[in-house]
Ligand binder design. Structure first.
Ligand SMILES: NC(=O)C1=CN([C@@H]2O[C@H](COP(=O)(O)OP(=O)(O)OC[C@H]3O[C@@H](n4cnc5c(N)ncnc54)[C@H](OP(=O)(O)O)[C@@H]3O)[C@@H](O)[C@H]2O)C=CC1
Ligand SMILES: O=C(CO)COP(=O)(O)O
Length: 331
């Protein structure tokens, strides 16, 4: 895999493109905004999404989707709620047999579909699918700070080839065969990061944070197993690893949104101040609907959804969680 296409030039697409260049690949990064394309090609910067991070001059950006599809593997890095529309444009341009690597983290709100289901439905039949997930803030990856992630695929050999294509001394992918497990962890942890931010913003204490992380991981695991994931995946980088990172750091857009909510600010006001995507807002509703449909108990995700999307007040949401019946810990 020498030539890598990257679809989406936000923070994560740009950081992954930079990583692939560092790994010695020829990389074409698609941005939908011509100004971003020019800035990357001319100034070797993406000021809007990765401020202060010089990009490798070998990184080429394009406004032409077809050019980014002329690749041995294509990384899909557009926000979850827009992925289907972009895949519809990609489908006629797709190079047969070229793997699609999902790097977005979310669940589609309109359908409850995982990102791999969206891609499977929209790209040509037989396209090998993979998912790259794990604890990885874009700015740190772009700067070359040490990072480990999971690359999962259910097609023999594909994850291993991608590891070889993208891995460097400081960007260390582990391969896995559990596609569903890897992507479930990445999607749901964003909702739990909002919950953890709320808890910090509201000053509920360190004990509560540990409780939330532990019971949050139980929610990820319960849903992931029901969707077909392997239990051990949720203890790995794409599960516990990403939850620990995202739900404990102000670098996370999801955590920082939660923090502001916990301090009493209104969701609309917080969202109006940021251009960057905060995936947990839509995914809170999507995951809660999915869990309800499948009869899976996910009280923390449901609480975030109630606060964000159904106008429930924060004291009421917290009270709802603290007055749940006592139960056995496992399961
Ligand atoms: N940032 C991170 O650290 C990480 C992010 N991720 C995941 O990667 C995905 C992308 O996030 P990230 O790169 O951070 O996003 P950013 O917030 O940095 O950038 C958003 C990107 O989405 C594009 N966009 C906005 N609206 C649309 C649309 N309707 N159709 C197509 N593209 C659109 C924007 O383009 P424009 O400027 O033209 O509006 C921009 O390129 C998310 O699912 C996120 O969870 C995963 C791991 C780490
Ligand atoms: O997924 C991420 C880190 O692994 C990024 O999280 P945020 O989208 O909350 O910033």
């Amino acid at each position: 895999m020498q030539r890598i296409g990257v679809i989406g030039a936000g923070a994560w697409g740009t950081a992954l493109a930079q990583t692939a260049v560092r790994a010695g690949r020829d990389v074409v990064l698609w941005a939908r905004d011509a100004a971003v394309v020019d800035q990357i090609n001319r100034d070797h910067l993406n000021r809007e999404y990765l401020p202060g991070c010089p990009l490798d001059p070998a990184l080429v950006a394009t406004p032409d989707l077809a050019a980014a599809c002329e690749a041995d593997a294509v990384l899909l890095v557009v926000p979850a709620q827009f992925l289907r529309a972009v895949c519809r444009d990609l489908a006629p341009l797709w190079r047969p047999g070229s793997p699609a690597v999902l790097c977005s983290k979310g669940i589609e709100l309109s359908s409850g579909a995982l990102m791999t289901d969206v891609v499977r439905a929209e790209l040509p039949a037989g396209t090998p699918l993979a998912c790259l997930s794990g604890p990885s803030f874009a700015a740190e990856v772009a700067k070359g700070l040490p990072t480990a992630v999971t690359i999962a695929s259910d097609v023999d050999g594909v994850a291993e080839q991608l590891v070889q294509a993208l891995g460097t001394r400081t960007f260390r992918p582990y391969h896995s065969a559990d596609l569903i497990g890897a992507e479930t962890g990445g999607a749901v942890k964003n909702v739990l990061a909002i919950a953890c931010g709320i808890l910090e913003g509201a000053g509920l204490g360190d004990n509560a944070r540990a409780a939330l992380l532990t019971r949050g991981l139980a929610e990820i695991t319960r849903l992931g197993i029901a969707l077909g994931g392997q239990p051990q995946t949720f203890m790995g980088l794409s599960g516990m690893g990403d939850l620990m990172l995202t739900a404990t750091s102000m670098q996370s857009r999801n955590f920082s949104l939660g923090f502001a909510l916990g301090q009493g600010r209104a969701l609309a006001e917080i969202l109006a101040e940021r251009k960057a995507v905060t995936e947990g807002v839509a995914t809170a509703a999507a995951v809660t609907a999915l869990a309800r449909q499948r009869g899976i108990d996910m009280p923390l995700c449901a609480a975030v959804d109630a606060l964000l999307n159904h106008g429930q007040a924060l004291p009421e949401v917290i009270d709802g969680l603290l007055t749940r019946p006592f139960r056995q810990e496992q399961g």
